[in-house]
Ligand binder design. Sequence first.
Ligand code: ADP
Ligand code: MG
Length: 243
Amino acid sequence: MIEFNDVHKTYRLDRQKKVTALTSLTLSVSSQEVFGCIGPNGAGKSTTIKLLLDLIRPDSGSITINGHPANNEASRARVGYLPENPYIYDFLTASEYLAYSGRLSGMSPAAIKLRSEELLTKLKLDQAAKRRISGYSKGMQQRTAIAAALIHDPELVVLDEPMSGLDPLGRKLIFDLIAELKAGGKTVFISSHVLTDIERLCDRVGIIVQGSLRYQGGVSELTLPLEELFLQVVAEAGLSEVK
Ligand SMILES: Nc1ncnc2c1ncn2[C@@H]1O[C@H](COP(=O)(O)OP(=O)(O)O)[C@@H](O)[C@H]1O
Ligand SMILES: [Mg+2]
């Protein structure tokens, strides 16, 4: 479903300075798999996700979704994306924002209404659905952004730190929603620092440290708790700076 092949990415800071964000990333995620991408702050997780969504381009290497290059429009039609810092039009209500997101995906008003009610109920936003998003808590805004990412029932769901800013109740709602996506046969690519959730939700994990994929494997084959493995892999990589 997803293939990264020998991908390099640098960001140019000014004329002379460059930051290496990813070096030689080779990674594949199968259809219907839930893949957890973990790593310290600044490791390259969001860069990986933005490359997948073709929001940025690699310096070299290839990225494909379902066999199509990531920069092909066909690749993105069935993809839902939650950015790390979602920008939502907060002068709208959640209902209006979902309707807007659904229309961008070419959905009919009837389909939008059905799906929007389903998601708002699942994410416990139904009571607030007719109020402006600007008055929502951080958790409610995050849940609204997740609902918008899922409005068109995408086959591939890409979530960049979906649990950030959520209280334990909100986290549980998102956890259950991802578990439901998994049960429904969707492919999910998720980055998160909540390793207990990653451990319980994901089929496979990848650990990125300073732009390199240092570990990938099946969660059921782990011989250590994920947090211990994470700390071990980071220590072995000799992280030079904590961001
Ligand atoms: N737009 C940007 N311009 C310059 N450097 C960036 C930019 N985005 C990310 N970086 C750098 O690239 C590296 C990887 O960042 P990122 O992919 O955001 O990491 P993560 O999501 O794992 O925290 C970091 O060193 C970060 O500072
Ligand atoms: Mg990030």
